[in-house]
Write a protein that binds this ligand. Sequence first.
Ligand code: SF4
Length: 341
Amino acid sequence: MNILSLTCKDLAAELDRLHGKGHYHARALYRDVFKLGRRTCAESPEFADAPTLAAQLAADLRFPDCRISAQHDDGSVLKFITTLADGETIESVLIPDKGRTTLCVSSQVGCRMGCKFCVTGQMGLRRHLQVEEIVWQLYAARFVLKRPVNNIVFMGMGEPLDNVEPVIQAVRVMADQRGLNLACSHMTVSTAGHVDGLRRLAAERLPNLRLAVSIHAANDALRNQLVPLNVRYPLARLKDALLAFPLPRRGVFFIEYVQLAGVNDSPEHAEALARYLAGLPVRVNVIPYNGGSSRLFVTPDRARVDQFCDALVAQGLFVRRRHPRGRNVMAACGQLGGVIA
Ligand code: SF4
């Protein structure tokens, strides 16, 4: 049993299938693994009268063969690198802020979307992550690094909706109240506009799951260049998918816009973005491009960022200017998978 890929209900079904046992033992085992960080249930009072079953379960349990192979802390964020069973590596970032900690998780090794400003995109896709490898990142943050995690964002390596089934199951596991217990309202799945993945996610109706959509340009010609996925799913199709997405009451889409100096950062670009977003409930996050050590584009200066944000606000949009953090450890947006500077 790959325990990190199972909800408590899934585990109960497995215990029933393998040992004729049900929810009572499943809940105890699940609590021990996901709340206490144990790898066995031998110490649980629920198994005091069933040492043979406890031993069988210990033999059945499988944890992903993952280990934290490096950590880089710049004082504001902590990036940790996990080496997977096949030697591939993924990156995750812990971001403390105002007493809360957000964990940015990867969903793939590399990414095939090829966004032009993104270091991960330059790697190409090496492989999808399995459910337990996604969940491992939260498990490791809590039980290996001993960090509290209050929020999850799927904004690490990979396009989550290009690996949609494992991502959906990972959300279910991380949200399970009998285990890791992170409400869907504290998880954000980010997409570059994968329309088929959006439809699949919409059908799942994960309650209150937050959705971030990276737009970066509001006309197809420019977006085709910056986000090649746009050739497959042009802006009009993406908007139709968003209009059909079952947001909760008062829910919003978080629109991500990486601002690239001289490319997509003029007041006219802002007006085009506002026109595109008309009719959608949104919050816009403007993210000045992070150069890091790989200078694919130019970072806009402060005046240019302010001008762009002001133009959006003038169109009635709610805008937040994001301050890039983690430049020193290549942990900022679009930088995972890069060489440590
Ligand atoms: S920005 Fe996201 S979707 Fe685009 S290449 Fe990078 S990881 Fe992939």
